[in-house]
Design a protein around this ligand. Structure first.
Ligand code: 9MG
Length: 281
C-alpha cells in the first residue's frame, strides 16, 4: 500500500484501498465559548459532546477538537484556558470509537492531550515550536503538518510568495524531514497546505488546483481544510452561515485533486457527497 493511502493515527490505522477507498472526513469540533452561544442553558462541555455524537451519527472519520480560534485576526488564548476547554472533551470522548485529533500549537497542550487519549495532533504551525516534536515523538499519534505564513492575528495583512505551490511544498518537505529526524515514522505524518493561512484568494486557488503536485512531491496523505472559509465566500458571494454547498463542492475538488482527508463543519452533507462521487468516479 502506498504511504499516502494510510495513516497510523494513535489507536487506529486509517487505510484507503480497494473497497475501503474513501477519503476520510475530519469533523471540526470547536470548543470556544463563542462557538456554542446558546444563552447558557447547557455547558460548553455538554454542547461539545452532543455535537460530537451528531458527527459520529453522520459518518465522521476523525474528530478535530480545538480550543483556540485561529480565524484571521483572532486573539491567542492562554495555555491554561486552552487546556480547560479541550482536555475534558478529550477524556469524555476517548472511548467514542473514532480517532480524536487535537488542534493545538502548544507543546504543553499536546502532552496533556496525548495523556488524555488524543490520536492525532493537528498543528497549524507545522510543529515549528522548538518543543513540539519532542512532545509528540514518543507517542503513536498522527501529526498533521500544516503550512501557515505569519501569525493568525496578522497573516492576511500582506501574504507574499514568488511561487506559492513550490514554497508551501518546500516548507512541508522541511518540516516532514524534521519530524523524521525526531524519530517519527512516515506512517504517522500527513501534510496540509493551510488554505487561508497567510494566503490571498489567488494563492488559495493555485494551491487547490495543484494539490496533486504537492501530494506527488511529499508522498504523504494530504489534508485540505476549505470549509466555510473566505475563499468560499468570495466565490459564492455568501456569508459564513450560507457556505455549506460551496464548502461541499470545494471538498470534492480537493479530493479529486489528491486530498485524502477533508476537514469540514458539515459532516453529513460531505459524507453523502463523497459517497456519490465515489460511486460515480
Ligand atoms: C484548525 N484549522 C483551521 N483550518 C485548518 C486547516 O485548513 N487545516 C488544518 N489542519 N487545521 C485547520
Amino acid at each position: 500500500m502506498l504511504l499516502h493511502d494510510k495513516l497510523h493515527c494513535g489507536r487506529y490505522l486509517l487505510t484507503m484501498q480497494g473497497d475501503a477507498f474513501r477519503p476520510w472526513v475530519m469533523g471540526v469540533l470547536n470548543v470556544t465559548p463563542d462557538s456554542f452561544s446558546d444563552g447558557g442553558a447547557y455547558s460548553t462541555l455538554d454542547l461539545a459532546l452532543s455535537h460530537a455524537e451528531q458527527m459520529i451519527a453522520d459518518g465522521v472519520d476523525i474528530i478535530d477538537i480545538g480550543g483556540e480560534s485561529t480565524r484571521p485576526g483572532s486573539a491567542p488564548v492562554s495555555v491554561a484556558q486552552e487546556m480547560d476547554r479541550v482536555i475534558p472533551v478529550l477524556y469524555a470522548l476517548r472511548d467514542c470509537g473514532k480517532p480524536l485529533s487535537i488542534d493545538t500549537r502548544r507543546p504543553e497542550v499536546m502532552r496533556e492531550a496525548l495523556a488524555a487519549g488524543a490520536d492525532m495532533i493537528n498543528d497549524i504551525e507545522g510543529f515549528r515550536h522548538p518543543a513540539s516534536l519532542a512532545a509528540v515523538s514518543d507517542s503513536e499519534a498522527a501529526l498533521c503538518i500544516m503550512h501557515m505564513q505569519g501569525e493568525p492575528g496578522t497573516m492576511q495583512a500582506d501574504p507574499h510568495y514568488d511561487d506559492v505551490v513550490i514554497e508551501v511544498g518546500d516548507f512541508l518537505a522541511e518540516r516532514t524531514r524534521a519530524a523524521r529526524e525526531a524519530g517519527i515514522a512516515a506512517q504517522r505524518l500527513c501534510i496540509d497546505p493551510g488554505f487561508g493561512f497567510g494566503k490571498t484568494f489567488a494563492h488559495n486557488l493555485a494551491l487547490l488546483a495543484q494539490l496533486d503536485a504537492l501530494q506527488r512531491r511529499l508522498q504523504l496523505p494530504l489534508l485540505a481544510g476549505l470549509s466555510r472559509k473566505t475563499m468560499i465566500g468570495k466565490l459564492t458571494g455568501k456569508p459564513i452561515e450560507q457556505r455549506m454547498a460551496g464548502s461541499v463542492a470545494a471538498a470534492l475538488v480537493a479530493v479529486k485533486n489528491g486530498a485524502r482527508i477533508v476537514r469540514v463543519h458539515d459532516v453529513a452533507e460531505t459524507v453523502d457527497a463523497l459517497k456519490v462521487w465515489h460511486a460515480a468516479a
